[in-house]
Design a protein around this ligand. Structure first.
Ligand code: NAP
Length: 277
């Protein structure tokens, strides 16, 4: 995995367990690189015997110009402008985005219906972009977004309106304006909730029994937002499933073999348990 920082990553545990399970002689390693070192790193990929690579913050957009996008799974990858998976194919590098497919698969696995549903979104950063694109592609009814940086909401709006003309995407100026009591789904794509003592961004009285709350955070497994949502009778899910499925999809691109999803899930859960004890 390429990123900065990368030391916190749970991906080595998940991928190395899968390699071991299938008897594949490969190792998943972390590469923390400064922006000015990327040219040299990509020039050396073959020498380093790197066949595949995940990319995380802050490089998901920057690495685009090193790859040819593989649009078999996603015809809008160029417009979305972010990838998290690279596979070496001879002299060329193919780029994919498994955040989008991973989130989509997790929704399906959890039977979270989004078609024609009204959705509130906290955060408009990199992960939100993949999630909102996936939701628009699944014919969500409408999405309202709040982020402390209004410029980021604007960037996503421009993208979505270009790709899905007529799609109802609105900016909220505050959490109150998200109108959560009338929403079907609330998604947190901010980092708020990762640190102990983080405040809950949404008041308990806004949550309701018909609401599904999906927090992209997976460590801790239950954020204050999820605890509050569950306390109000809402269905609450963390981001572990998205992490797992993006990893499984990347693994299939890396190896050309079906991912042992249960093995990867167990490895992820063990890695999180080790972090929290
Ligand atoms: P990011 O690019 O930094 O985006 C987060 C956005 O939230 C930023 O625009 C940030 O604004 C905004 N924000 C911060 N505090 C806020 C607040 N109190 N109210 C409203 N907006 C606020 O980060 P990211 O890469 O999208 O990741 C977001 C979260 O998703 C992280 O917790 C990450 O771990 C998680 N994630 C999970 C998965 C998964 O597979 N489950 C995948 C990717 C990411 P500023 O930049 O102005 O602070």
């Amino acid at each position: 995995m390429l990123g900065m920082p990368v030391s916190h990553s749970l991906s080595p545990a998940m991928h190395n367990a899968a390699f071991a399970h299938l008897g594949i002689n490969a190792q998943y390693q972390l590469f923390q690189k400064q922006p000015q070192d990327l040219d040299v790193f990509f020039a050396q990929l073959a020498d380093l015997r790197i066949e595949g690579l995940n990319v995380t913050i802050p490089y998901k957009e920057k690495v685009l110009h090193y790859v040819t996008l593989d649009r078999t799974a996603d015809s809008h990858l160029q417009e979305v402008g972010a990838i998290n998976t690279i596979v070496r194919r001879g002299q060329a590098l193919a780029g994919f985005n498994t955040d989008i497919s991973g989130f989509t698969k997790d929704l399906q696995e959890k039977s979270i219906e989004v078609k024609a549903r009204s959705i509130a979104m906290l955060g408009a950063g990199g992960a939100a972009k993949a999630v909102i694109y996936a939701l628009a592609r699944l014919n969500a009814g409408d999405i309202t977004i709040f982020d402390i940086d209004a410029g980021k909401i604007n960037d996503i709006s421009v993208l979505i309106k270009r790709l899905f003309p007529g799609f109802k995407l609105r900016a909220a100026g505050s959490v109150e304006e998200l109108n959560i009591p009338h929403k079907d789904l609330l998604i947190n794509a901010t980092p708020v909730g990762m640190k102990a003592g983080d405040a809950c961004l949404v008041k308990k009285e806004y949550m309701h029994k018909g609401l599904v709350v999906y927090d992209l955070i997976y460590n801790p497994r239950e954020t204050v937002l999820l605890r509050t949502a569950a306390g109000a009778g809402a269905r609450a899910y963390n981001g572990l499933g998205m992490l797992l499925h993006q990893g499984a999809d990347s693994f299939e691109y890396f190896t050309g073999r079906p991912a042992p999803v249960e093995i990867m899930k167990e490895a992820l859960e063990n890695a999180i348990a080790r972090l929290t004890h």
